[in-house]
Write a new protein. Structure first.
Length: 461
């Protein structure tokens, strides 16, 4: 479009549809009880609008479906691998490409190779599975976000940045030899889907090179980050998003990707690295647990779809629509009196449950309370990013997470404006009676990634 119109038109036509899961409020109350108030345990066909995650939930294009039909399902050396390898190399510039079935497999393999007890991985912010895989290796995971990242009320263009001074201080404190890698998550999922600036990437890269520490990018949402650099950072407005993305990759020594986000597919991921020693060890681990290195636990058709998606996602008409869709939801929630992380992120709107439900303490799980109420009231599924996901108990003492958020992660090319208008209407209804919501108590949970399988119950009246 030429930019003279206020309305952003979806840059696609709808070709295939599937029915939504309409239920009554009484049915949903029973479903919540059966799920022990954990939205991950709710059957998907009982969900009306699913904002649980944007991972693997998008709609593939006609060209991706056509690519699937070209898939070569040979066990070793399939043609589809070389199509995929070229697409990743053209995008990232990295020499070695290892496909995996999804992002957490890339995390597990890399952390298993690079980390061990006594080591510490530094990041702008680790997401849940990244942190869990670092800690499963015996290493520690430390977040170093810029201070403004935790000031959810004040907008900022690049609140996903890493605190460079804190990075240097932590390296001097621990010693470079005790830090196997620094991770930059693009965009910063845990703290509102906020982008990282190119300036910050360069500065972090310079520090890492000075201390000879590998910088690894987590690029599940690289295209959204690149386009926000184009829109927000001086000197990039005339540069194509694809060119900006390639510059982002140039500042690191490798990346890991859950392709279920910005590669626009339902399954897949990869590791791309330059270090031949790391690659040799990662390849051994991949063969042991994922499959032969030219398929990595995927079908050839999945590799073809990923290759096509990596090209499509950098289309600027699509990216304009994508970011505007998220902004539209954020604007509607503001009008309804719902506090959100400002500004809206690239893939999701994050509701500040700590401010929205101030009467519920962290150990009453305000984010989970709101997620359950969204489902009970209207069949909307979202995910808590707070003390259920990141809170801990040490010596019998509850240590809450630094944030209590509810993420509304928008699947790509799936919902229309009327779906979003309905979500806004539901939030306005909840806002009018938010003080009537009450705490949840935790009945059971595993030591890691508790939010996936935790069991909860409402506190008695």
């Amino acid at each position: 479009m030429d930019g003279s119109w206020k309305t952003i038109v979806e840059p696609f036509r709808i070709k295939t549809v599937e029915p939504l899961g309409f239920t009554t409020e009484a049915e949903r109350e029973g479903i919540l009880r059966d799920a022990c108030y954990n939205v991950f345990a709710i059957p998907a066909d009982k969900v009306l609008i699913d904002f649980l995650t944007d991972s693997g939930t998008g709609a593939m294009s006609a060209e991706q479906w056509a690519a699937i039909m070209r898939g070569d399902e040979s066990y070793a050396g399939a043609r589809s691998f070389f199509v995929f390898e070229k697409a990743v190399r053209d995008l990232t510039g990295y020499r070695y490409v290892l496909p995996v079935h999804q992002g957490r497999a890339a995390e597990r393999i890399l952390m298993g190779v690079a980390c061990c007890p006594g080591k510490t991985v530094l990041a702008n912010s680790h997401f849940d599975t990244t942190r869990a895989n670092v800690e499963a290796s015996g290493a520690a995971a430390v977040d170093l976000p810029v201070p403004e990242a935790l000031d959810f009320q004040v907008p900022g263009p690049f609140k996903g940045d890493m605190d460079v001074r804190a990075l240097e201080a932590k390296i001097r404190e621990l010693g470079p030899g005790n830090i196997p890698m620094v991770i930059m998550t693009l965009t910063n999922n845990s703290l509102g889907g906020q982008p990282v600036s190119m300036r910050n990437l360069r500065e972090v890269s310079e520090v890492c090179r000075q201390y000879k520490i590998p910088l690894i990018l987590d690029v599940a949402r690289f295209a959204e980050n690149a386009f926000m650099i184009k829109l927000r950072e001086s000197g990039f407005s005339t540069r194509p998003a694809a060119e900006i993305a390639r510059e982002m990759f140039s500042h690191a020594q490798g990346c890991m990707m859950s392709a279920k986000k910005d590669a626009l597919v339902n399954i897949g991921g990869f590791l791309a690295l330059n270090d031949p020693e790391w690659v040799a060890r990662c390849r051994e681990a991949l063969i042991l647990t994922e499959g032969f290195p030219t398929y990595g636990g995927l079908a050839g058709r999945d590799l073809e779809a990923m290759a096509q998606g990596l090209r499509e996602v950098l289309d600027e008409q699509y990216l304009t629509y994508r970011l505007r869709s998220v902004e539209y939801l954020g604007e509607g929630l503001r009008r309804a009196g719902v506090p959100i992380v400002e500004p809206p992120g690239g893939h999701a709107v994050y509701v500040d449950a700590k401010r929205f439900l101030p009467h519920i303490p962290p150990d009453g799980y305000p984010g989970q309370v709101l997620a359950c109420e969204l489902y009970r009231r209207a069949g909307i599924r979202a995910v808590e990013i707070g003390s259920l996901m990141f809170g801990r108990r040490q010596g019998g003492t509850f240590i809450p997470a630094p944030m209590e958020l509810v993420r509304l992660a928008m699947p790509r090319r799936v919902y229309t404006q009327s779906h979003i208008d309905f979500v806004i209407e539901v939030f306005a209804d909840i806002a009018r009676r938010v003080r009537s919501l009450r705490s949840l108590r935790l009945l059971a949970s595993p030591p890691r990634l508790a939010h996936f399988t935790a069991k909860l119950a409402p506190e008695p009246v």
